[in-house]
Design a protein around this ligand. Sequence first.
Ligand code: MG
Length: 385
Amino acid sequence: MNPLPVACAVPDEGPLSQRRFDEPAHPYRTPFARDRARVIHSRAFRRLAGKTQVFTERYSDHFRSRLTHTMEVAQIARSIAVALGLNQDLTETLALVHDIGHPPFGHAGERALDEAMRQYGLRFDHNLHALRIVDHFEMRYLKFRGVNLTLGVREGIIKHSRDYTPADHPELDEFFLDLRPPLEAQIIDLADEIAYLTADLDDGMEAGILSLSQVRDGVDLFERYYAPLEHEFPDAQAKLKFNEALRRMLNALVTDLIDQTAARTHEHRLTSLNQIRHWPERTCGFSPGMEALRMATKRFLYQNLYLGEELASAHREASDVIHRLFSWWMEDASRLPAGYAAQVGESGAARVVADYIAGMTDAYILQLDHELTGQSHRNPGPVTG
Ligand code: MG
């Protein structure tokens, strides 16, 4: 597949490379390469190492954390960007930053924090929180708060996975809410899905929650690659055949995404970023057949892993910890660390408490829950507050 017309990619110069506060151009790095460095050097990025991807309980030390998941997404997204001829630095930066706004305990933590905020008429959304982190909370510069990322990265942080309407979010006005995001941002959501659908089959099997026969019966896209291996390598270890099939499944998803995105661009004669933005739908996507297989895989994981019995108690515990600590600080906001307490007047207690909790690693919030409310937890693990 030939790369897309050059004008479909985000250029290194132009409006999307502009920063909130002017800075001189760097002699040898593109604006988006600089943003990649700013993300990697941020404190919020390092904390991804201590945050749950799916498994709150550490079934083993080779499970994905949110950091290693992020690196897998970056690897996949970069391959797609290279094949399509898109802006690689921008794509990689968006992948590395895509989960930076996630609170501890994965999606269970995000749900609990959102529930707690609703009691005060507010919401918690990890994309909006990610923007707060890079715009306000990271403190590495003398002249401004935040890390002063480019408009292209800030738009991608908000729009990579969902659309926000101008009516509901007037504060996001600068991010072209009526238009589709560039392909570099569109890739991220699907690279994220490819990464976690395959990784969670792997970790789910390793945890003993999913069985090989269950995956073979329930995931057609996996079985498509596993069945021939049974034939070709009858004596090989089942786990090796599993890994091989999973690898082929991942490759098939990536290849389909690249081919289909390029085909749609040609079919609709989209030859510039401006046309990509004005097209009524996102251009990046799978073929109808692969899309059906992707959806079926996702349904399987929801039924058998994410919403299954084995993880339910971990989800309940995560929710209890977050609700308990949220209430503890809301009872008396002066209990917050001084730096956070000082922001209550401007942002309101609920937002400040959510900001504080969202930044924590799993181990740190468990330790605080023990210290402040007396709860005991089985194995908080190493603390990296
Ligand atoms: Mg992700």
